[in-house]
Structure formats: C-alpha cells, structure tokens
Design a protein around this ligand. Structure first.
Ligand SMILES: [Zn+2]
Length: 431
C-alpha cells in the first residue's frame, strides 16, 4: 500500500526542484513525485506536509557512535536515535572505536541489524592498521564489507608516504581519504585555539597552522596521486583558502564544516566549560567569517556534526584534562537554519545541498541524497520557521555534552523517514 507525503514544499537539488509536490512511496522507494493531487495512486496513509519542507534525507559524514567498546558513552542504537531526531537518515561512524575499525569484520559488525540502528549506517574504516599511521588497511576488503571511505580520524595520517599511498589506493576504489588535519607535532598539550582568550585563561593554545599545513601537504599529494582528499571538520580561514584554490586548480578535494565551528568562537569559552572543548578547537571571528563565506559560496561541500559523546564524569574535569568533543546530531539543523538561513540569508536549497545531496555524492551513495523516482525513500521533513528550545536532558544521546543546552533555535525536524518508514516524528505533529 503506498504512502503519500502531500502538499509539502519539495526541495531537491538533485533535480533542481523547489516547489509544491506530492510524493508517493512504495516498497521503500520514491514511486512518484507529482503536482499536488495528481497521483493516480489512491489508497494509503497520508502525511500532511503543508507548510513544511520535504528534502532528501540528511547524511552525516562524521559521527562517533562509540561502539564497539565504549557503549557507556553511546551505542549504535542510541546514537542513531539521536540522528533520527536530528533529521539524519544516514550516518557515517568513524573508526576510532575500541578496537579500531580496521577490519571487514568490525565494519560488518557495525552494520549488523543486531545493533538496532534506527537509520542507515555507512562506516568510515581506518586507513591504517590500528590507526597507527604505518601500514595501510585492506581498502578493497573494507569497501566490500560496506565502508564508504577511510580515515584515521581522531588523529591525522602524518607521514607523507603513508598519506600518499592511502590517496593512491583509495583512488583506485573511488573512495575518499578523510583527513583529520592536525599537525600533532605542534599541538601537544594544546587545548584551545591560540590567541587572546587562551592567554587570558592560561590555557595552551593551538595555532591555526596546525590545520592548514597538513591541508596544504595533503593537497599536493592529492594532485600528485589524483586521489580524493576530504578534509574533516575544517575550521580555519587558511585551510579553507587552500581548499578553494585547489578546487579552482582541479584537484579532487572536498571538505566539511561543523555547526559548532560556524556558530561559536574561542572567546565563548568563558568559564572553563568543557562543553566548549573540541578538536579542532573553536576558532577566531575571522576564521568563522571565512567558514560562513565558504558555506554560502560552495567551497564547503557538507555540514557534518562530528557528534562526539562523552560521559558526564569524563567531561566533568579540568579543562586541560577533559576529552575533546560534543554531541551535535539534534542541534545541527536548528543551528544551520538560525545562523545560515535566518542570519546570513543562505537559501534553503543550499542548506539542503550541504546536508544531503553533496554528502551522498561525496561517498557515492546510489539512490540517496535525491528524491528522484526510484530512489530510496529516505526523507527529512522540517519546518524552517518553527522556533524551539534545545534541552540536552531530552536528548536521545546517552551523553549530554552539548554547549547548546537551553538555546533557542529556529528550524525544527518534523519527521525523519528511512526506507519509507517514519523513524522519528516530532510530538506536536504526531497524528
Ligand atoms: Zn577528527
């Protein structure tokens, strides 16, 4: 029996669509996309999307779901429930689990239905064994097991020859190498961005060059190998300028930016609140301005959350000692609409592109990131006008380490549909 999503404003960059359409779903796919009321199908349940945006399901290229090994922080089940509540229909868990996801067995384990995932899981596997940066993993076997990219995220691939080999090997499989761009030789013991705030707080600062120098090295290697470099959580003006220039030169490079980096600044760290400690660190106003420009002009390819849950006892420590990272799945859309659309006037179509069309293309997910007939019925329905308050106590994540607790946001997910099934629906709109 088909299901209808009626009267919504469909924004689908893959087909250059922005207008009122009805969707007809059947067997987990988009069966039809038609002018309202014009479908020949009649019987079926109807979801009324009047006044709402209907978009291809959001895809988060960068999440930490902490399984296997650290299920006290998060599980695949709880993390993907938070993803569903945040409008994400697919997520890419990073390999810095325990053990590290450097084998087809662990990649398959993550994708096993036994894990109870609420949305699609497309793992990013380790680029080197144990993410030690010395010996490459078996990219072809990892890809067959379901991995969509490789990375040693949590740390960089530091050695030139290993990064070069990784780019060359991944290129043959048309997979990106995702780089956590941090020259750890110059960030030792650093806990926040270097600058006046670090000086005032007496904390060790982390220079922006730690990111841009690795990005510049990687761009040279990408040019040499014709490999696809994807820069994770890009945070500095210098790195963004390097990516922009490389794109113009035809180098295969893409990048993602997190909501916290386009929203917050290093100077927001006022009272050693460890929910403002992340890697890369919050940067200067000039860096944030550059990211906002890149998000508007197309230099930035995706918004990714870097959802990084940590238990209360871990974050409840001195700033120097607390682990890096914050949760981010449930606040990503609200922060994006509030900052990018309301304040910066970036069109909704561009925001949808950043959340779904671009990430799907980046990791070559067939039939996702689009609402074309025949594609998977992965759909995010949201209200760009609704104002709401985020309360971390209500988060579906096992961890509550968010700097946005109590924030008023505009833009709310109303329903998240995966393979034609509603996996999350906001209370007010439940019928
Ligand atoms: Zn990282």
């Amino acid at each position: 029996m088909p299901t209808f999503i009626k009267n919504g404003r469909v924004i689908d960059p893959s087909q250059n669509l922005d207008g009122l359409f009805d969707l007809v779903l059947a067997d987990g796919r988009i069966a039809e996309i038609v002018t309202p009321g014009k479908s020949k199908a009649t019987a079926g349940e109807t979801f009324d999307a009047k006044g709402l945006i209907v978009a291809p399901g959001f895809i988060d290229l960068h999440v930490h779901l902490r399984e296997p090994g650290q299920s006290y922080k998060e599980t695949i089940a709880t993390g993907t429930m938070a993803a569903a509540a945040g409008g994400f229909t697919s997520v890419c868990p990073m390999p810095n689990t325990s053990p590290i996801n450097d084998s087809p067995a662990i990649t398959r384990w993550m994708r096993d239905p036994e894990r109870g995932a609420h949305v699609n899981i497309f793992p990013v596997a380790a680029a080197s064994m144990g993410s030690q940066g010395e010996q490459l993993t078996d990219f072809a076997a990892l890809k067959r097991a379901g991995a969509v990219a490789v990375t040693d995220d949590g740390k960089p691939i530091l050695r030139d020859e290993i990064m070069q080999q990784a780019l060359a090997a991944a290129a043959k499989l048309k997979m990106p190498v995702v780089q956590h761009a941090e020259d750890t030789r110059i960030t030792r013991d650093a806990v926040m961005n270097s600058g006046p705030t670090a000086f005032r707080l007496g904390l060790r600062g982390w220079p922006p060059e730690a990111e841009s120098s690795i990005v510049e090295r990687d761009l040279r290697l990408a040019a040499e190998t014709k490999g696809h470099l994807h820069v994770a959580h890009l945070s500095t003006a210098a790195a963004l300028a390097a990516v922009r220039k490389a794109k113009q030169a035809g180098i295969h490079v893409t990048c993602e930016v997190t909501p916290h980096h386009f929203m917050l600044l290093d100077e927001d760290i006022t009272d050693y609140n460890t929910n403002f400690k992340m890697n890369p660190p919050l940067r200067s106003g000039q860096d944030r301005e550059a990211l906002l420009t890149g998000l508007a002009d197309g230099t930035v390819d995706c918004i990714a959350t870097d959802h990084a849950p940590h238990a209360h006892h871990e974050k409840n420590a001195e700033f120097d000692r607390a682990p890096f990272g914050i949760i981010g799945l449930e606040t990503a859309l609200g922060l994006s609409i509030s900052m990018l659309h309301v304040q910066r006037k970036i069109p909704l179509k561009r925001i949808v592109e950043l959340f779904s069309f671009n990430p799907a293309r980046l990791i070559a997910l067939e039939g996702r990131g689009t609402l074309a007939e025949g594609s998977h019925a992965d759909i995010t329905v949201f209200d760009p006008a609704e104002k709401w308050a985020f309360h971390v106590a209500h988060s579906f994540s096992k961890s509550k380490n968010s700097p946005f607790d109590g924030w008023r946001l505009q833009g709310k997910v109303v329903a998240t549909i995966v393979g034609g099934k509603i996996v999350w629906q906001s209370g007010e709109n439940r019928k």
